[in-house]
Design a protein around this ligand. Structure first.
Ligand code: NAD
Length: 439
């Protein structure tokens, strides 16, 4: 599983050799740790166009000038014409080189105006700009675009993207609503009382939580204060119990494809559920010409049918209560397609369809948001079993030239599960280091 190439390029001879040969030079990414919860340095605030956005309430400590910013927040919500795009260039051109390694560029855009094609054109232009800058910026730095109307509703998103937690999220466009329908208490999207344990008092269930990405998700949600339930197949019960015991949670042995899985989860959680993470997934790869019906349907059953069924059952029974969060797991294979994975690609694209259709209704009728993470190449047992050369190609074919870690998917899930993320709904967020696949 270890990325030896990344370690080699971190040494002086490795750097010399790979530069001479024109090989990828991945930077060691800075990730969240208790010792390093925030980016180290200034958060430079720039503006292009005339903006009405009020960032003051977010509590972000912004500065108007910095020699070596750890992050740049460019407010381009007021860009309405091509001249405004010139201001984007004028703002970022002089500072981009000075952004620290593993730093962040976050561009703020406005929703596309259906009645103003000039505004829509230049706001869409920000997407092409963001994705292109992400591909060229290098040194472990990331570039993302957030479309928003209300800075407070986007606070949890901005904090995530401007932190070490989003190390492997780049080239993404996230749309944040105004938060209507997702308010708490005083009618606003409130920050949790304890910023270090935002999920305190909440219960989270992670399917396939006994190992891999699911284990990391359970760990991260427990770190954020949630009481976790680690669900996995009966054959993995010992592992699920080990994970649950370490996190002070409980294990639930259940094959998620069982017809009554939703009812059994509801019975196991009489006090209700706040965060449902659909992580369990399998692959049964074969080209379509060689794929027997059993391989096809087992993948569709685990990756898609069970997600549809349990989500429906837990919403209908009221187990998933108001303020709840559903985070499903798609894949870049579901966005780009992948040879040998017609079954898997179909199942993961199905997850995207589910999220987009259900999200507005689930929020309106149940007060629950529905989003998906779409991992790229993540260093797990699943990817360790890929043959060497294909594995090496998969690892490097992204802007950060390396695979992600289970913790990267877990941090993204934790942001979507955050009590203050109620305005983030119906989004599919890739955790792929800006993979070249399906870009
Ligand atoms: P993994 O195989 O390491 O873990 C999957 C877990 O799901 C296992 O513990 C397994 O026992 C459990 N599981 C499988 N079928 C189940 C069922 N019927 N009921 C209950 N539990 C079941 O996989 P991973 O690499 O950690 O992947 C986790 C998720 O992320 C999957 O949905 C996968 O498709 C997705 N994903 C992974 C990658 C990657 O690079 N690893 C990339 C894209 C998407």
């Amino acid at each position: 599983m270890a990325d030896r190439y990344l370690r080699f390029t971190g040494t002086a001879p490795g750097r010399f050799l790979t530069r001479r040969l024109g090989l990828p030079q991945p930077a060691a990414l800075v990730r969240w740790s208790p010792e390093r919860p925030c980016l180290d340095g200034d958060l430079l605030h720039l503006t292009a166009g005339k903006s009405d956005l009020d960032l003051a309430g977010t509590g972000l400590s912004l500065t108007a000038s910095s020699q070596r910013p750890a992050a740049v927040l460019l407010d381009a919500t007021g860009v309405r014409d091509v001249e405004g795009l010139d201001e984007v260039h004028a703002a970022l051109h002089p500072v981009v080189r000075s952004v620290a390694a593993s730093g962040r560029v976050v561009v703020l855009g406005a929703p596309l105006d259906p009645d103003d094609h000039h505004q829509a054109a230049v706001q869409q232009a920000l997407e092409g700009f963001t994705r292109s800058l992400g591909k060229e910026i290098g040194r472990g730095r990331t570039v993302n675009l957030v479309r928003l109307t209300d800075a407070l509703a986007a606070e949890s998103t901005l904090r995530f993207l401007l932190s070490p937690k989003s190390a492997y999220v780049s080239g993404q466009v996230v749309e944040v609503g105004d938060g209507r329908g997702a308010e708490t208490g005083d009618g606003r999207i409130a920050a949790p009382e304890d910023r270090d344990r935002p999920l305190a008092g909440r219960t989270a269930l992670v399917t396939g939580g006994a190992r891999g990405i699911g284990e990391a998700v359970a760990e991260t949600l427990a770190r954020d204060g949630a009481r976790v339930v680690v669900l996995d197949v009966p054959a993995a019960l010992a592992d699920a119990e080990r994970v649950a015991a370490r996190l002070g949670g409980t294990a639930l042995a259940l094959d998620i494809t069982a017809d009554d899985a939703g009812e059994r989860i509801a019975r196991a959680l009489p006090d209700g559920l706040d965060v449902l993470v659909h992580n369990a997934g399998i692959t049964r790869d074969r080209r379509l010409v060689n794929m027997p019906a059993e391989r096809w349907s087992s993948v569709l059953q685990v990756n898609l049918a069970s997600v549809l069924r349990t989500t429906d059952a837990l919403l209908a029974s009221g187990t998933l209560r108001s303020g709840g969060r559903v985070v499903a797991t798609a894949s870049i294979a579901g966005l780009a397609g992948n040879a040998g994975q017609t079954n898997y690609g179909a199942s993961k694209a199905g997850v995207v369809g589910l999220v987009r259709s259900l999200a507005p209704r689930a929020l309106a009728e149940h007060g629950v948001t529905v989003n998906a993470v779409a991992p790229g190449f993540i260093e797990t047992r699943m990817t360790a079993s890929i043959p060497l050369f294909i594995r090496e190609a998969g690892r490097r074919m992204n802007s950060l030239a390396q695979g992600g870690l289970p913790a990267d998917v877990a941090e993204t899930t934790a942001w979507l599960a955050h009590p203050a993320s109620g305005a983030v709904n119906g989004q599919v967020v890739r955790v792929c280091g800006q993979s070249l696949l399906g870009a």
